[in-house]
Design a protein. Structure first.
Ligand code: SF4
Length: 468
């Protein structure tokens, strides 16, 4: 147990996560004392004691590009930003440059999509507005079922076999939430739709068709992005892909994580690299021209050569985008002690990033997770024109995300009026989170409450949000 002393309550969160980043396997206790240190002093002390710099310095948040985005909008030059990030937050030059480049790319893509206009969000008077008027938003649907549960999983997914009896009820509840969203948004269609989980393609063809048809009929606008995660190749069939195509899905994700059979076995994914190749080629042959693949660096018992071999195999498939994750491990996970050290993960990330560049991809979004191996990051890479807008929107929190399903979190970006003061805008952005319960059966039994919470947030004047 390591005890960290900080100076005030509001610093306990940062103090805890800075210490945890240095000592991921240790229990950390934070106490507040008169002589306790500020987070930056804690970082500097631990850096001195361990002789280690953390790549993201004292940053504990999951969205380092948000800060970079602010500076890019203020037109701070790249070199000045890297200096500033290093001095203020102790972020390495390499990560500072990465954050800046990605923020600049995100801004460009948001402008192209008409969501950002020269420093002003198009959604500013959108969903946004505290009077409850709907504006631009994206829609997320959570399908929290998987064929088996991966040993490293940090989502609240359930094995499909345990829920077969309630899947149709689950979809009924999702539809009720969707109807509430539709009632609120009226004719306004989302900027993007994302079906994640879980593995949505664990649904039977009939269930999948029911869901996709509902989304197509009620929410999909011509030419908009519509992503279906089809993560596990053992859930992908020609019939399901045909349904997805017919219902307007524009982007799918087939996630190998690794192309090493020993690794797939070790992490509880009951499929082979050949099944990944087959599923990918099938989707391609059926006209899917935007296929993402997720990879994880730092999986148990993998070394850099395993990663290199995986990349060669992925290169043969030519995906349109790659999401390169650093392994994030739930506390006390049983694979914690078999994972790669920070230096190895760093090498893996560099190798994978260089490979994505070779394929002609550019990094376009980035986020971090708690407990991530080596305190690194997850980065989305894509060929030009194949970026996922939803991924940027969820990271930068500039448009409301209306989310349905167990464990889904709606994030409403509100513009609220603030007292006029010279030299500052008369509105400020406020974020309201509405979390659905994660437990699947509890979600079913409490669906009325989930809908009531949403409706209260949609019409804040009618109900007191604090009571939720
Ligand atoms: S596929 Fe994803 S959501 Fe499903 S168990 Fe594995 S890590 Fe969890």
């Amino acid at each position: 147990m390591i005890n960290i002393q900080t100076d005030r309550r509001k610093n306990t969160y940062s103090a805890y996560h800075i210490a945890k980043a240095f000592f991921p396997e240790e229990e950390i206790e934070v106490t507040i004392t008169e002589n306790g240190k500020t987070p930056s002093d804690i970082y500097l002390q631990l850096r001195e004691e361990t002789g280690r710099n953390l790549p993201w310095g004292m940053l504990t948040g999951v969205r380092p590009t948000k800060l970079a985005m602010t500076k890019v909008k203020e037109q701070m030059p790249k070199e000045a930003f890297i200096e500033w990030f290093g001095k203020e937050r102790f972020v390495s030059r390499e990560k500072g440059a990465m954050a800046y480049d990605i923020a600049a790319r995100e801004l460009q893509l948001l402008k192209q999509a008409g969501i950002e206009r020269d420093g002003q969000q198009a959604s500013a008077d959108g969903m946004a507005n505290a009077a409850g008027q709907p504006g631009t938003y994206s829609l997320y649907v959570n399908i929290p079922f998987c064929p088996t549960i991966c040993t490293y999983c940090s989502f609240s997914s359930g094995a499909i076999a345990d829920y077969k009896d309630v899947i149709n009820d689950y979809l009924d509840c999702v539809f009720r939430e969707l109807d509430a969203v539709r009632k609120f948004c009226g004719i306004i269609k989302p900027t993007s739709i994302y079906i994640g989980g879980g593995t949505p393609t664990t649904l039977t063809p009939k269930q999948l068709e029911r869901l996709l048809m509902k989304l197509r009929n009620d929410f999909l606008a011509e030419g908009r992005e519509f992503t279906l995660e089809a993560g596990r190749p053992d859930t992908i069939t020609e019939e399901k892909l045909r349904i997805a195509k017919r219902c307007g899905v524009t982007r799918i994700s087939i996630n190998p994580q690794s192309m090493q059979q020993k690794t797939l076995d070790a992490i509880g994914r009951h499929h082979s690299p050949q099944q990944i190749r087959d599923a990918f080629r099938l989707a391609r042959s059926m006209g899917f021209d935007n296929i993402n693949m997720d990879l994880i660096m730092g999986l148990p018992a993998e070394d850099v050569n395993d990663v290199k071999d995986t990349l060669v195999q992925i290169g043969e498939l030519r995906p349109d985008s790659l999401t390169i994750h650093s392994l994030s491990i739930k506390r006390a996970s049983r694979i914690f002690h078999q994972t790669a050290d920070a230096q190895t993960v760093e090498q893996m990330l560099e190798t994978a990033g260089a490979f994505a560049k070779e394929l002609g991809m550019q990094p376009y979004y980035l986020y971090r997770q708690k407990g991530i191996a080596g305190n690194f990051e997850n980065t989305g890479w894509a060929l030009p024109g194949k970026e996922c807008l939803y991924n940027i929107l969820i990271m930068e929190e500039i448009e409301s995300i209306l989310a349905v399903g167990a464990g889904a979190t709606t994030k409403m970006v509100l513009q609220e009026a603030i007292p006029a003061k010279e030299g500052r805008p008369d509105k400020q952005t406020k974020l309201i989170r509405i979390r659905n319960v994660s437990d699947i059966r509890e979600y079913l039994s409490r669906i009325d409450e989930m809908i009531a919470r949403k409706e209260a947030a949609f019409h804040p004047g009618e109900k007191d949000l604090k009571k939720q």
